[in-house]
Design a protein around this ligand. Structure first.
Ligand code: ATP
Length: 307
């Protein structure tokens, strides 16, 4: 997670409190397996997550009191239902007394990550708020503690705090750092359909899965920096449900492969589909091709890279 301290703002009592800017980056799943349904209704998963450069921009200012939220997207709630708001509330409740925080915060979100796409946009915003407020109020809270707090907001939040190339197990919150993969270029196509994560999990049927990822093979491909082996062996078991219902997912995967992607997969519960390209030129060319495709109005398109 990247932040910069931008400027100083002045309060009535002449305190000077910095304002922080954050890049809340999206993630893709380089593979995803669901290992079991737990008695509490959650699913245990085994997934390799990768941060990409596509990001929301957040600015967090200290204000007199309370929490204010502004967002440029009509697709997310701009009130206490927003996960960024919830993160700020949790932070203030937990740490105001301990660290003598006497201010509230104003959070501005410029949303660039498509919403409910399988890219963890909301979780990344929440992660940025926790990291940003820690910096803003100079609390010095450790990353591990922030991750434990983040887990209270959502299973993907601890990952978004840590970022990078990571194996996530349990409900997605047991994290093992993997070696960073060599930089690759990503073309992302997000079909204009609504897919809720809850709906996919509720309807997921283990009996319909005919291909599971070989996570050990993928981890050794990552250790060796072998992008081709990694890309060619990516599997997301959630495609058995989502791609089955929405033919555009397999169509986009095939298109990306035909345009030179080393591998292509749906991210998370979808519907975002990505293709991995070894170099920027081929990614840019695939992006341009897809922009002119007959069906280009059926999806949003981005070209980005791993970070
Ligand atoms: P994941 O990959 O973790 O399943 P996602 O990318 O599929 O996440 P999000 O973009 O995080 O999904 O959005 C999920 C839901 O959360 C949406 O219905 C959205 O309205 C709500 N939401 C609340 N706050 C935010 C936020 N700051 N950004 C995005 N969505 C938010």
């Amino acid at each position: 997670m990247e932040f910069s301290t931008q400027s100083l703002i002045r309060f009535g009592n002449n305190d000077q409190v910095p304002t922080v800017s954050m890049k809340a980056r999206a993630k893709i799943n380089l593979s995803l397996d669901i290992t079991e349904k737990r008695p509490d209704g959650y699913h245990n998963i085994k997934t390799i997550m990768q941060t990409i450069d596509l990001h929301d921009n957040l600015v967090i200012d200290a204000i007199g009191e309370g929490i204010e939220l502004e967002c440029n997207s009509s697709k997310v709630p701009c009130d206490d239902r927003n996960i960024a708001y919830k993160a700020a509330k949790l932070f203030l409740n937990k740490y105001s007394c301990k660290y003598g925080i006497k201010h509230g915060v104003k959070i501005k979100i410029e949303k660039n990550i498509p919403v409910a796409a399988g890219l963890a946009g909301g979780s990344s915003d929440a992660a940025s708020v926790l990291i940003g407020m820690n910096k803003l109020f100079d609390c010095g809270i450790s990353v591990d503690e922030l991750m434990a707090v983040g887990k209270l907001l959502g299973a993907d939040v601890p990952y978004c705090i840590k970022g990078g190339t990571i194996l996530a197990e349990g409900i997605g919150d047991i994290l093992t750092e993997l070696p960073a993969i060599p930089k690759v270029y990503i073309v992302l196509a997000i079909p204009k359909i609504h897919v809720s994560t809850k709906w996919v999990y509720e309807n997921f049927d283990f009996n319909k899965v005919n291909k599971r990822p070989n996570i050990d093979l993928l981890i050794s491909a990552i250790a060796e920096g072998d992008i081709k082996l990694l890309a060619e062996n990516m599997v997301n078991v959630m495609e058995t449900f989502t791609a089955d219902r929405f033919s555009i997912i397999n169509k986009l995967k095939k298109k990306l492969i035909s345009l030179g992607a080393l591998g292509s997969l749906m991210s998370g519960s979808g519907p975002a589909v990505f293709g991995i390209f070894a170099d920027k030129t081929s990614a840019d060319m695939a992006y341009q091709e897809m922009k002119c495709d007959d069906c280009h109005e059926d999806y949003h398109l981005f070209v980005t890279e791993t970070t």
